[in-house]
Design a protein around this ligand. Structure first.
Ligand code: DHB
Length: 382
């Protein structure tokens, strides 16, 4: 089989790229190792930058997002027994949209299926040949002009770049997040990022009836140690305020997320271009992962359109450089938010005072608040 662009992975990066190429009249084949059901039900983050929303809308897959997405103009930072509002929209002119990554994926899959274009689930890619543009999978080979490696951190594509060329940058954090999806109306108007001596907690949501809450736990925490009542108790202890109650409801789903920072460069080799988690990971604090993945494929789609329309490969050549500027800004921001809000094993009173001072600074200085806000809502070009 032959195609113009072989896309490995049907997550947000692969599916959005497929859609952007479809709009531009460039053919692609999407191969995904998991089932459609799996892809449509794994629960991930839920904060979309304005730029991400705009791109999905322009690509014609934003209809349900516009109907069901919830606009938020700010976030709350809670520490030392007080909750402070950071008015991001006032500070930057931009808002964020609460709409689950899972829902974005469902909308993109539905659009691809409706277009009748190739999207093969349960088709594991075994290896890719970056030089020759060949994707080897369980049912044969796909010959491509270009390959988009959108197969996540554990995918096979990154390994196709020779190890003598790749540089990796990495940090692991000695903690994780235990997340729940609960069938109860959110108890707060906007997201709450809570610093607490017991550890970090985050109050988020998916809809007016569904809350998404997280608590910081050990990095290899056994979920069996966390019956629902213990989770609620911990959430109450870390986010409690006088005159405010965290409403509880049935827990529909729970899981532990690891925390890692990772960047591989270059993001391209031969005919292969990596996008999203295949090339970089951020810890979840600040919700940058999905937005970065979409930003990568916007750059890649533009570069491919240029290549097919005029034969010029200047944008393809500058792909790594263009993406990495944004990636490193998000790496720094996510690391910084993570460091400011979590308890670190072995931290001492000095570390704690530094965190509290930084939190006080970003909630009292307009300049500092604007810096946090512009990173949170997404910087244009860095
Ligand atoms: C969510 C996840 C995040 O990492 C974050 O910073 C905010 C919200 C979420 O899942 O809703």
């Amino acid at each position: 089989m032959r195609t113009q662009v072989g896309i490995v992975g049907a997550g947000p990066a692969g599916l959005t790229l497929a859609r952007l190429l479809e709009v531009a009249g460039i053919e692609s084949v999407v191969l995904e190792s998991r089932s459609r059901d799996y892809c449509e039900h794994r629960i991930r983050a839920g904060v979309l930058e304005q730029r991400t929303v705009d791109l999905l809308r322009e690509a014609g897959v934003g209809e349900r997002m516009e109907r069901e997405g919830i606009l938020h103009g700010g976030i709350h930072l809670q520490f030392a027994g007080e909750r402070h509002h950071v008015p991001m929209q006032e500070l930057t002119g931009r808002a964020i949209t609460i709409y689950g990554q899972t829902e974005v994926v469902k909308d993109l899959i539905a659009a691809r299926v409706e277009s009748g274009l190739p999207l093969h689930f349960e088709t594991a890619v075994e290896s890719v040949d970056a030089e020759r543009g060949i994707v080897r999978h369980a049912d044969g080979e796909l010959e491509c002009d270009f390959i988009a490696g959108c197969d996540g951190f554990h995918g096979v594509c990154r390994a196709a770049i020779p190890s003598e060329i790749v540089r990796t940058f990495e940090r692991e954090y000695p903690f994780g997040w235990l997340g729940i999806l609960a069938q109860v109306a959110p108890s707060m108007d906007e997201l709450v990022y809570a610093h607490n001596p017991r550890g970090f907690a985050l109050l988020s949501l998916r809809s007016p009836e569904l809350s998404r809450y997280y608590v910081q736990v050990g990095h290899d925490e056994d979920i069996a140690e966390w019956p629902d009542e213990r989770i609620w108790q911990e959430l109450r202890a870390r986010t409690g305020l006088e005159g405010w109650t965290l409403e509880e409801g049935p827990v529909l789903e729970k899981g532990v997320t690891g925390m890692r920072s990772f960047v591989a460069e270059p993001m391209q080799h031969g005919r292969l271009f990596l996008a999203g988690d295949a090339a970089h990971i951020v810890p979840p604090t600040g919700a940058k992962g999905l937005n970065l993945a979409i930003a990568d494929v916007r750059v890649l789609a533009e570069a491919l359109v240029r290549r097919y329309e005029s034969g010029g490969d200047d944008l393809l050549k500058s792909y790594t450089q263009q993406c990495l500027r944004r990636v490193w800004r998000a790496e720094h921001f996510s690391w910084w938010m993570t460091s400011m809000l979590h308890r670190l094993p072995g931290d001492d009173p000095f570390d704690l005072q530094l965190q509290l001072s930084q939190l006080r600074y970003v909630t009292t200085s307009e300049t500092a608040a604007r810096s946090l806000a512009e990173n949170y809502v997404g910087l244009d070009v860095v």
